[in-house]
Design a protein around this ligand. Sequence first.
Ligand code: ADP
Length: 766
Amino acid sequence: MQRNEIIDFLKNRVELFRGFDTARLEQLLDGSRATTFEQSEAVIEFGSRGHFLGVLLDGELSVSVVDDEGIRRELGRIEAGRIFGEMALMTGDRTMADVVCLVRCEVLLIPDAVFMATVMTTPDAVMQLSRLLTDRAKQVAYDQNRRGLADRAEVQDADPHGFALQSRRPHLLLVVNCGSSSLKYSLFDTDRPADRAEGIVERIGDDARHRTGGETVSVSCATHEEAFHLMVADLIAKKRIRSAADITAVGHRVVHGGEQFSAAAVIDDAVAGQIGELTALAPLHNPVNLKGIELARAAFPAAVHVAVFDTTFHHTLPPYAYLYGLPYRYYEKRGVRRYGFHGTSHAYVSLRAAQFLKRPYNSLEIVTCHLGSGASVCAVDHGRSVDTSMGFTPTAGLLMGTRSGDVDPGALAFIAQQDNLDGAALDSLVNRRSGLLGISGISNDMRELEAAAANGEHRALLAIKTFCYTLRKYIGAYVAAMQGIDAVVFTGGIGENSAGVRYLACQGLACMGIAIDEAKNKEACGRAEPVDISAADSRVKVLVVPTDESLMIARDTLQAVEREMARTDGMGQAKIPLEVSAHHVHLSAAHVALLFGEGHRLTPVSELSQPGQFACAEKVDLIGPKGTVKNVRVLGPDRAETQVEISMTEQFKLGIHPPIRESGDLAGTPGLRLAGPAGTVELDKGVICAMRHIHMSPHDALTMGLRDRYVVRVVVEGDRELVFGDVMVRVSPAYRLAMHIDTDEANAAGIGGDAVGHIESIQSRA
Ligand code: ADP
């Protein structure tokens, strides 16, 4: 079709564009592409990300999906004049169907950015789209099939976690890691993400040198400011940029985000101020990170600056995992608690492991071991860090190159008294003279220790053995913490290169299903890609995954920039009613029969706020190993699997400890006994503590700029403003806007029946 024919076609045949004037349609066409697809060719494939809205100009398309039995089922057909691809585009989900040409087709592809700029800014079009979304969602039996389909789509996606840096518009992303005497940088071009430019200026202020592209040169560099000039000059010399003005976004590694930052944050003066205030918690790191931010904001004034914190991944640690056995006021007044570090690396390698294993990230229990000159272990339970070995400072946990790791605090008091050490001297002892170096007396470098041990230096051997023994204990502890394990991941200089450490750390863990293949383990050193080193009969996968913190920071920066762009006024303005979610039980049809008698049908007594759901007259007793909770309401309709949601206090009463999970995610959860008038049911799983969540319709999501499975922070208005992080957004045409929180949490916060909240920010996407 010719351009003017397309314009006529859009105006007259495509409902969505009826209200558009010619100028707007011209604008739309300028950024779009008309293409021909041959018969049987796929226009969109199942599992791909939505990058465009399609308009069928001529021909006919078939929409189909392969079901669980492997049979392809046609969901519908698309005729000329209809649009497609809008679901994935607006929900941010992967496409849940294949769209294939039945005949030769002519298609107009409207890219994401053009769609956002022209269609989503037209209120009529937004209304139409949200109606369409609702209808389509009903067709694909949204809630029932979605989880399975979404999991399959994630697994088939070649880039499920965004490491290919696909973006709405091209970016030159600079990642900056500013240390006390160094500046490390990487430049990513989103059009060519594999081809990055990297460099490091080291020993700033003292015999400085600049390493870049395999070369090291001595440079004169007395300050970080001069280091920034060297960096920009290097990127210009390499023809990566023409000038500093080309950089569109800068991601800053910041060590400490305290309790405030539960996600990467776009930096404005307020955020910079908060990073500065966290200096008390990270006196060595945050000031110099902040210095880097100030210099970069001056050098790249037009770029968006984003802080990516080492601590945020551990934001999901529950209080019983982050509290120390000290008087509570040290936590309340001084912020003494476990924060954990290396979060960027733990998040990266766990995501990569899920991708490598072709398993949905949120279904896995993973222990990640980051073993570099600093070392830490993390328990990643269904995508959430639930425990980690570093603590208030990075000195805790494993012993490291020169850091002690865990030491009896009484021993430190004893040493301080005996040797008359003040705080600074003690600090230096545990951070600079301990660990591998302290025990061996030879080196802090694992390579040198392995060589020395091979030569019979028994203290080198002892240092290595102590290191591996502590690591093995942590792996075991985290299997217990997560109540299960699917994968152990090794990374960092030692984790990626020392077969000996990996072997010793996993030795004897076959009792937990963890077994290494010695030959594979030996070969898996210094590789660029993940390697599976588990034995053929190992139930648990053991992987070596090279870490890439720069790429992770680039990804998080890009996501923060895109979220900022998508941020709408609607987000902060929409009032979300809060509902306190009392304990309840969803039953399977089989369990209804066992508890209430064969042929029994649940008796609805009242509608719940979510359409289609109802409270029933029926109640059951929950019987745990310790105690009983009586008369817990059953909610209908019945479900595929029985699920019990209880509050924190009731967990204690019952004597069980369920994990925080999304509704429906029941693998590995504890069970209990249910008692009804006609009998009892022994559940072997199904008890959860529900994750905080917000239900909303597609229209709410569109107007707030949110998408299904976003994790957000919500401000609850009241006498005292409260912020709830880690709230999952669930979008479905069947939902009405409401946020659900746990009874205990509501009581603790003094939240009453008519409380409302609004979205403060988007944390991430689950
Ligand atoms: P950083 O935390 O400073 O980034 P790295 O992740 O580079 O540190 O890890 C440094 C550690 O990795 C050192 O102890 C080094 O000896 C160890 N390492 C590097 N290569 C090997 C190897 N081939 N065998 C054993 N250890 C190694």
